[in-house]
Design a binder for this molecule. Structure first.
Ligand code: NDP
Ligand code: 2IT
Length: 473
């Protein structure tokens, strides 16, 4: 039954199943998930990889409590699906589907981003909400987990169209969220512009100015460092992991994929640690700049992507030393076949398949820092762990974004604003805390440096204890 999820990379089936010890308790939970929602492949994959870590502890846990809790965790507390009608610039009526998956309120209000991308469906929403619960747990801040979004495609839409969409989306969502209930933020396709439009509409509908969204503009309650937080946090925790092995970022060559929020600030922070980033990408293709993406070039990328909303191809027209390779099909991605020390996938789920992972290993990669959520297929993660590649899993590695969202909530509740230095130093402390926590859990329950198990187990235990204390709800 567990092979179900292997639709993602069918040919790796034998490889994966060969050595995986299947535990009867988690196998039953996985079977149930697959039977309930056989078409939700991304959600099944997220549950599958989580359960592999649970296998390490499940036999030691008292059945009536923790096992039942795992069964409950894979079921969202609430799922809201709604229609989003809007009118385009030509006056045509348009319709999209909106989602909010309120996965867990065990540790605090539901918390997690909104994604606007044509690929959005219930499976993707559920996988993201599921991951968010354990990520938020690892931050140490009082946040539950959720995720939302729509299959609306922001590409090629005018500001006015995006605004009308966001207002319509919030006209339904507002009744399900609130500063003490559910606090959305950005994700793919949702940045400062969209959060602003959503916030404005929430304010009109409720006649209240509250911290109901994070990632807001600086003039109306947004936290300093929130735009930077995911990328910065990714580099901070990667640096901690490398330090643990006596390695550094200084002078090292890095691969970064994507060119949006997470990718941009990952490059910025890698540069400040003295590393050299040689790639970026978008859904159309990738650029390879052997000289490195300097601060000046990065500024160009920010303008290109955030203001002009252009394509990464234009980078190679501006900087002649760079090569552009258009994306072709679903095979190996040439980006992951460039020789480098460290790799930071920062675009989207399953962007590293087994072929890519083999290329990375063949070229001697030393660390994978997951900026995106679930960027590696399960077999790729397994290969990295087996080959001794340091793997910073998304739940820990990209938690800096939601951590600073949590700090934005605190600032909003206190009605004050911390300085850049204050927020950055808290972010560094949180990322160091996550590293300490997941490496201790890895040593205790799994193997040294298995941060995948470390993150899943440390994240899980806190949520489980809270659920048990609250009557298994
Ligand atoms: P953005 O929308 O700012 O950027 C996304 C980037 O990834 C773009 O370059 C986009 O290319 C590319 N991309 C998106 N979808 C695909 C796809 N299906 N195939 C190839 N490329 C794709 O999003 P973020 O930077 O915010 O998010 C990137 C990842 O990081 C996501 O996995 C997100 O869940 C995760 N994340 C984000 C956080 C945040 O605070 N924003 C926090 C934690 C995790 P194109 O322009 O062509 O669409
Ligand atoms: O995946 C994520 O952690 C995010 N998109 C950020 C969520 C948040 O609430 O800041």
């Amino acid at each position: 039954m567990r092979e179900n999820f292997l639709i993602v990379a069918d040919k790796a089936k034998d490889y994966l199943l060969k050595e995986t010890k299947v535990n009867q308790i988690t196998e039953k939970i996985y079977q149930h998930v697959c039977q309930l929602d056989p078409d939700q492949k991304e959600f099944q994959q997220a549950v599958y990889t989580f359960l592999l870590s649970m296998d390490k502890i499940v036999d030691e846990l008292p059945e009536v409590t923790y096992h039942k809790v795992i069964e409950r965790m894979v079921e969202p507390e609430r799922v809201i699906i709604f229609r989003v009608p809007w009118i385009d610039d030509e006056g045509q009526l348009q319709i999209n589907r909106g989602f909010r998956v309120q996965q867990s309120s065990a540790l605090g209000p539901y918390k997690g981003g909104l994604r606007l991308h044509p690929s959005v469906n219930l499976s993707i929403m559920k996988f993201l909400a599921f991951e968010q619960v354990f990520k938020n747990s690892l931050t140490g801040l009082p946040m539950g987990g959720g995720k939302g979004g729509s299959d609306f495609n922001p590409k090629g839409k005018s500001d006015a169209e995006v605004m009308r969409f966001c207002q319509s989306f919030m006209s339904e969502l507002f009744r399900h969220i609130g500063p003490d209930t559910d606090v959305p933020a950005g994700d793919i396709g949702v940045g400062a512009r969209e959060v602003g439009f959503l916030f404005g509409q929430y304010k009109r509908l409720t006649n209240s100015f509250t911290g109901v969204l994070t990632g807001k503009g600086q003039s109306f309650g947004g936290s300093l460092i929130r735009p930077e937080a995911t990328g910065y946090g990714l580099v901070y925790i990667s640096n901690e992991i490398l330090k643990g092995e006596g390695k550094t970022l200084e002078g090292k060559t890095c691969l970064v994929s994507g060119s949006g929020n997470v990718a941009q600030y990952t490059v910025e922070k890698l540069n400040s640690f003295g590393a050299k980033v040689v790639t970026l990408s978008d859904s159309s293709g990738m650029i390879y700049d052997e000289e490195g993406i300097t601060a000046e070039k990065l500024e160009y990328v920010k303008q290109l992507k955030n203001v002009k909303r252009g394509r990464i191809r234009e980078y190679s027209e501006k900087y002649k030393g760079a090569t552009y390779i258009p994306r072709s099909g679903n095979g190996a991605n040439p980006l992951w076949d460039i020789k480098a020390d460290y790799a930071f996938p920062c675009a989207t789920q399953n962007e590293i398949n087994l072929e890519d992972a083999n290329n990375l290993v063949k070229n001697g990669i030393k660390l994978i820092g997951e900026g995106a959520n679930m960027p590696c297929v399960a077999e790729a993660e397994k290969l990295f762990l087996e080959k001794g590649v340091l793997l910073a899993p998304a739940k820990a590695a990209n938690a800096g974004g939601v951590a600073v969202s949590g700090l934005e909530m605190s600032q909003n509740s206190m009605r004050l604003k911390w300085t850049r230095e204050e927020v950055d130093s808290k972010l560094q402390g949180i990322m160091k805390g996550i590293y300490d926590n997941i490496s201790a859990a890895a040593d205790k329950y799994s193997e040294h440096n298995n941060f995948v198990d470390g993150a899943n187990i440390a994240g899980f235990l806190k949520v489980a204890d809270a659920m048990i204390a609250q009557g298994y709800v």
